[in-house]
Design a protein around this ligand. Sequence first.
Ligand code: AMP
Ligand code: GLY
Length: 426
Amino acid sequence: MNVLLIGSGGREHAIAWKLAQSKNLSKLYIAPGNPGTAVCGENVSIAVNDTDKLLGFAKQNDIGLVVVGPEDPLAAGIVDAFEAAGIKAFGPSAGAAKLEADKAFAKQLMRSAAISTAEGQIFDRFKDAKTYIASRDEPVVIKAAGLAKGKGVFVCNDPADGILAAEKIMCDKIFGPAGDKIVVEDKLIGEETSILAFVDGRNIYIMESSQDHKPIGDGDIGPNTGGMGAYSPAPVVTEALIDQITREILVPVVDGMNRNGTPYKGVLYAGLMITAGGPRVLEFNVRFGDPETQPILTRLKSDLLPVLLAVCDGTLDTVTLQWDQRPAVCVVMASGGYPGNYEKGKRITGLDEAEQIKDIVVFHAGTAAKNSDIVTAGGRVLGVTALGRTIAEAKARAYEAVDKIKFDGAYCRRDIADKAIKKVNY
Ligand code: AMP
Ligand code: GLY
C-alpha cells in the first residue's frame, strides 16, 4: 500500500521511520517532510494545509492511506476532504478535532461528561476576564482557546500576571484569532503525564505512557514550548492509574464525542496532571504528541501501518501491540532564542557520529538541506532519542549523542528524564 504522511516535524520523522519498517508498505510519501523523512520515503513539496493539492497528489499516486501529523490541517477538515473523495485518512474529522482546536468546546464536553479537569471559566470579552481574574487571589492559568503551537498557556502565580496574559491574548492578539476566547482555570499541582490512545470511534487502545517537558528551562522554569524532551514509560503512571484514566477520562470522552455527533477517530492525547485527588485533564490533543511520539514509537515493536488502518476501519478491537520493555528518552535540541525569536540556517555537524551510538535515533524536526549540508530551519531542530536498559542509561546515551551534534546557538535542557529517574531510583 502507498501511504501519504502529512507534516514536517520530529513527530512526522518518527512516524515515517516506523512506517518505513512496515512489510505492508509499498511506497511512503511525506508532504512536505524534512531531510530526516527523506531517508524513509519520498518528500513531496506540498504544504500541510494545501488540501486540494494533497488530494490531487493522493489520487494520482494510488494512495491507500493518508496519515495526518499536525493539528492545523485536522482542525481545517483535511480528513473530511479525503474521506469524501473515498481515500482512507488517519485522524479525526474537523468536528472531532475541536477537542484540541477549541479549548472552550473541550471544557464544555468535559463538563457534560463529568470528566475531572481544572475548574474553569470561558470568556470572550477582556473586560469580563479581567474582573474575574482580579477577584481571585490564587494562581490562575490563562489559555488561548484556539491553536497556538503549544505556546498559548500561561501559568500565573500572581493574578496580576494573569490579567497581563489575558490582555496579550485578547487585546494584543499575540496568537491572532486563536485568542478571541480564553479559558481561565485553576492551577493544578502534581506531576504531568501524556496518555496517548488509538481510538476508532468505539474501541480504545492505550499506548505506553510518556512525559513531556514543556518549559524551556531546566527545573521547568521559563515559558512553555512545543516540548523540550520526553521519556517513555512514565513511572508515575501505574496500572491502577491507567485503569482509572480509562474509566474516568478516556471512555467518557469517547462516549461524549459520540453523543455530540462527532465520533472520535485517530490518536487521542490526554495531557493529565496527576494530583493528590487523582488524574485531571489539562488538555486534549487530537494527534500524536511531539516529542512524545519519538520515544513511544522507538519502543513500538509491532508494525504501525495495520494499526492505523484498523483505526480507520473501526477494527481496533482486533489489534494487539508489542512494546520494547526498555525505556526511551528523547532530548530536543533547539535554536538559541526559542520559543522567542531565533536565527535559522546554522550548519549542523556530528549527526553521523551521533547515530553511530548504539540504540540512538536522531529525529529531524526543524532542519533543511542546503547544498550538501543539513542546516537549522526551525525552533525545535532535532529530537535525539535513545533506548536504554534503564531510564538513567537511556538518558546518558541520549546526552552522549547530543554532545556529538553541534550548531551555532544549540540549546537543550539538561534534565530530561530526571523526574523519572528520581522516582524509580535507577
Ligand atoms: P496545555 O497546552 O493546556 O496542556 O498547557 C500547556 C502546559 O501548561 C501544560 O503541559 C501544563 O504544564 C501547564 N498547564 C496547563 N493547564 C494547567 C493547569 N490548570 N494547572 C497547572 N498547569 C497547567
Ligand atoms: N508535546 C506536546 C504536544 O504535542 O502538544
